[in-house]
Every structure is written in C-alpha cells, then in structure tokens.
Design a protein. Sequence first.
Length: 165
Amino acid sequence: MKTLIMISGTMGVGKTTTCRELQKILPRNVFLDGDWCWDMQPFVVNQETKTMVMKNICFQLNQFLKCSQYEYIIFCWVMHEQGIIDSILSSLDTNDCLIKSFSLIADKHSLVKRIELDINCGIRTADVIERSVARINNYNLLDTVKIDVSNITPLQAAELIKTRL
C-alpha cells in the first residue's frame, strides 16, 4: 500500500528541508514541492494560474500514485486552508493509499528567525515575514497532525513524521 504524505505549513517554516530529510529516511519515495509548479517569470497569481498550478500538482501526484516504483509520495505546499487540501485530495486516485496530513507549525519568534536566515541567504525577501506570520494560526484549524518545529531540526521533524506514519 502506498502512503501519501502531505505536509503543509506557512512560508519559511521548513517544509522543503523537512521533506528532503524525510526522503533520506523513507524507502522508495518521490517528492513534490507544490512551489515548483509556481516557478514562473513573471510570477502571476490569478485564477488562471491558480487553476493551472492545482491541475499540475494533481497530475503529478496521480502519476506518482500510479507508479509501482514508489511506496511513499511526499508532497509539501503552503496549504493554509482545509479547502486546498480537500481540493487536491478530491482530484487524486487514492484507492489502496494511506493518506497522512501534517502541518509544520512554529511560534512567531522561531518562524521570523528562520525567515531572516533565508533572507540573508537571498532565498526570500523581507515581505515574506509579515505574510507568513499572518498565517500561523490558520494551521491550527486544519485537519492535520501538528508538528511544532520551533525548537527542533528538520531531521528531527522528519523523524517525528516517520514515527506517525
């Protein structure tokens, strides 16, 4: 049986890094970061691009689910509303698939520190702090297992996720 691992969290909380660590400790896996489907220039967010991104994410996830080579499908994205998670799941063929949904959460101070490190490395811009902090509480409302990453490393978060599978 395949396992689809969905990892949500606000910008800068450590989703991608945690997923990369999870890849190292799980057998036969494939990883999709929803942000890769937004990697466009110019970056335009409108109904057309949102629809395209959702369709691309669901297409790729379905292909991974169909492929016999993978036991674990790891997916992360900024899914700050339950409707986003539900919309993705409703478009997937999850027969014979276990679905595990997690949210990486952090306190404001820890989140800001992480984002500031990204800003200093040129990975993010300063405007991300305000937008990311504003979404912190959204993740408490989701039907997901919460992993508080405020004081743990991405590897520790990955190990916690693995134990909850």
